[in-house]
Design a protein around this ligand. Structure first.
Ligand code: TEU
Ligand code: CA
Length: 562
């Protein structure tokens, strides 16, 4: 196959819709979303036109980190339902032609998992080496950063073994020892169990962190305390991914997407080059972290992010996978603030247009698009005022850490209004009824009051709603190979207001023009004559074309054949 003839794959052509079950739909009034709630909305999911559902973790868990701390990989978290419920959900999705990605969290388990319950009993326990330990007789362990620990310390002393165990995340999320082949074989068994049940692949949680240098040296100075980058450059990472592919993925028609915190452009391709036989694609973090000041917690930068920088990031990542491999694209998920708040403009006059603009961007780039539940209706940050409203261990533990240090809690809470993960975890807004139609009970986390006018019911009836625009944009992408496989080329790269690019496949050439500002902006169309008949989709009622110029309205998005 010539290199310019795209290797067609269902996971390159598919559009992924991410469901955070805890906040999607509650069926039994306990205020917690569940599998029966998702089942009740299968026709809604189908109506979106998406092809794949990524389900955040649904396995047994004490929910220290909302399911990312798994205590039994072979059973369903009781709050979410039963394995029978899962089977009904799986069947319901497949009957509608929708595939399902499970969220596989194997860098760590819950400390309530049997393996850790055993491992922490003694150094001679058969499970002791399922985890990473630093024997106390060796003195203080070398600094390792923990994302969720109150002291950001990734080592926790355990009396019975007189040793410290490693936890990159919370103290209740001990890291698995992937250097132990027994661990790897147990993980592959878990994966095959779910693939044999018929799931279609995995989203692999922080998979870039699984390999550790178990001599635990001091982190070399050249990392400049960039812990995630050090964690992502473990010595055996590619060997483990190749083994995982060989022993599991290669035996099924499945897809794998790695959450690859810490991976940069310059070391990215080997993970997804088909010849490597590792992953199909992965999520990078360059975009979602852009514009933040990365101190001890994510905080808005001193100056606003620049569109030029935004364009550079997406363009350079597009180039990584131009000839080989494949990319993913996302702006929101359960760890990120709402994209219309972070990258658009959630003030009333601009909210709808900017939500549609961002969806146009995600669905017109050369990568598999991941759309997070609620972004299809333009849900925005809830901006909690009080720490008591938060449920996320990341925010709660960081608040405690700052409080213990006598730090500026007001500044921290203000920054969380923009960056906190809970902004994306408020209940899905189905209607303007009580609790946004999410639950008949008391929700586990507060509902955004803007549900009164931002909800599915209201938008179903409005052909100009974000929801119905999203459906039209999905339809356009799915019937247009040029948007899936076409080459991407940035246009007018220095333009600080408009992000424009072309997509080109065989003799089809499309121009995508996105006004990322709240102003009316003239855009000179370099080398293209445009007429109204060329316009394929637009998030306003019309497009103003003046000879070689488009007069772009605030947050106007236009796709045209050129
Ligand atoms: O997140 C990994 C990750 O990137 C974290 O550093 C995340 O960005 C963090 O919240 C910083 O804001 C994955 C899951 O997506 C996340 O929900 C889990 O909390 C985490 O791993 C541990 O499993
Ligand atoms: Ca429930």
């Amino acid at each position: 196959m010539s290199i310019d003839e795209p290797k067609k794959k269902w996971w390159k052509e598919g559009i992924v819709y991410q469901i955070y079950p805890r906040s999607f739909k509650d069926s039994n009034g306990d205020g917690i979303g569940d599998l029966r709630g998702i089942i009740s909305q299968l026709d809604y999911i189908k109506s979106l036109g998406v092809d794949i559902v990524w389900l955040n973790p649904i396995y047994a868990s004490p929910n220290d980190d909302n399911g990312y701390d798994i205590s039994d990989y072979y059973s369903i978290m009781p709050e979410f339902g039963t394995m029978e419920d899962f089977d009904v959900l799986l069947e319901g999705l497949h009957q509608r032609g929708i595939k399902i990605l499970m969220d596989m969290v194997v860098n760590h388990t819950s400390d309530e998992h049997l393996w850790f319950q055993e491992a922490r009993k003694s150094r001679t326990n058969p499970y002791y080496n399922f985890y990473h330990w630093w024997p106390a007789e060796n003195g203080t362990p070398p600094k390792r950063f923990s994302f969720f620990d109150e002291k950001s310390d990734a080592w926790k002393f355990n009396e019975a073994t007189n040793a410290y165990y490693l936890h990159y995340f919370s103290v209740k999320q001990p890291d698995l020892n992937w250097e132990n082949p027994e661990v790897r074989q147990e993980v592959y068994k878990i994966m095959k169990f779910w693939l044999d049940k018929g799931v279609d692949g995995f989203r692999l949680d922080v998979i870039s962190f699984i390999s550790k240098d178990i001599s635990f040296p001091q982190i070399p100075d050249h990392y400049n305390n960039d812990f995630p980058r050090y964690y992502a450059e473990g010595p055996q990472l590619h060997e483990y991914l190749q083994e995982m592919n060989r022993e599991v993925f290669s035996k099924y028609n499945c897809m794998s997407v790695g959450e690859c915190v810490g991976i940069q452009c310059n070391n990215a391709l080997p993970f997804v080059d088909a010849d490597s036989r590792e992953l199909d694609m992965f999520f990078h973090f360059d975009a979602v972290n852009y514009g933040y000041a990365m101190g001890e917690f994510k905080q808005p930068g001193t100056e606003r992010w620049k569109l030029k920088g935004f364009k550079e990031i997406f363009s350079k990542w597009n180039d990584v996978f131009k000839e080989k491999g494949w990319g993913s694209i996302y702006l929101g998920n359960h760890d990120q603030p709402r994209m219309v708040t972070r990258w658009g403009n959630d003030n009333v006059p601009f909210r709808n247009a900017s939500a549609k603009l961002l969806l146009t961007f995600l669905l017109s780039m050369r990568a598999t698009p991941y759309i997070y539940q609620g972004d299809e209706i333009g849900m925005a940050n809830i901006r909690f005022d009080s720490i008591d409203d938060y449920r996320d261990i990341e925010t709660i533990n960081m608040y405690q850490q700052i409080k213990n240090k006598g730090g500026d809690l007001d500044y921290f809470l203000e920054s969380q209004k923009i960056t906190a993960r809970d902004n994306a975890r408020t209940p899905f807004q189905w209607s303007d009824e009580a609790q946004a139609g999410f639950t008949s009970g008391h929700p586990w986390i507060r509902v955004n009051p803007d549900a009164a006018h931002i909800n599915v019911t209201a938008q179903e009836k409005d052909e100009n709603s974000v929801l119905n625009y999203f459906r039209r944009m999905i339809d356009l992408r799915k019937k247009s190979p040029v948007l899936i496989y076409g080459d991407y080329e940035l246009v007018d790269k220095d333009n600080e207001e408009v992000y424009a690019y072309t997509r080109n496949l065989n003799n089809e050439k499309w121009l995508i023009v996105l006004n990322f500002t709240n102003e009316v902006v003239p855009f000179f169309i370099p080398g293209f004559m445009l007429s109204q008949n060329d316009v394929l989709i637009n998030n306003y009622n019309d497009v103003i074309i003046k000879k070689h110029n488009l007069e772009l309205q605030p947050y106007q998005a236009v796709i045209a054949r050129v």
